[in-house]
Design a protein around this ligand. Structure first.
Ligand code: FES
Length: 141
């Protein structure tokens, strides 16, 4: 096993630990009934239901202009070079990545905050989980 493979495995183990520690916590503002944007094609694929999260790419979300009717692929593995979108890196066999990207489409054109910590429970949108202490302690950006 080469150094890159060892590094990939150690970051994957770290991602599993972070997602376990940050699970079931509410990071919305106290007392607010936060509504998250909707992925209107969520019912068309199973990628949304994957049990594991990717590695923390960044400790904050990414603001992006999205067009109604256009399909996007959000990177879940955290290794894409085109964050927050997928560039196909998950297909590289040396990384042994099990996560697939989440295909999504928005209801209305506009500005959206996409999750870049890859730990959100409202894929692909930021739900504040990046504020979790365990995410902030990682070696992500
Ligand atoms: S960046 Fe992932 S929840 Fe905010």
């Amino acid at each position: 096993m080469n150094v890159l493979q060892k590094l990939a495995i150690s970051r994957t183990q770290q991602a599993v630990r972070v997602s376990q520690l940050c699970i079931n916590r509410n990071y919305s503002k106290e007392g607010s009934e936060k509504k998250f944007p909707k992925n209107v094609i969520e019912h068309l694929n199973t990628a949304q239901e994957q049990q594991t999260n990717g590695i923390v790419y960044d400790k904050k979300p990414f603001r992006m202009e999205l067009e109604e009717g256009k399909r996007y692929s959000w990177c879940l593995c955290g290794r894409s070079k085109a964050q927050p979108l997928c560039d196909g890196t998950h297909k590289l066999v040396q990384y042994k990545i099990t996560q697939r990207p989440v295909r999504f489409q928005v209801e209305n054109s506009g500005t959206y905050w996409l999750c870049n910590c890859k730990q959100t429970k409202h894929r692909p949108f930021c739900d504040g989980t990046h504020k979790c202490e365990e995410v902030q302690k990682t070696s992500g950006k």
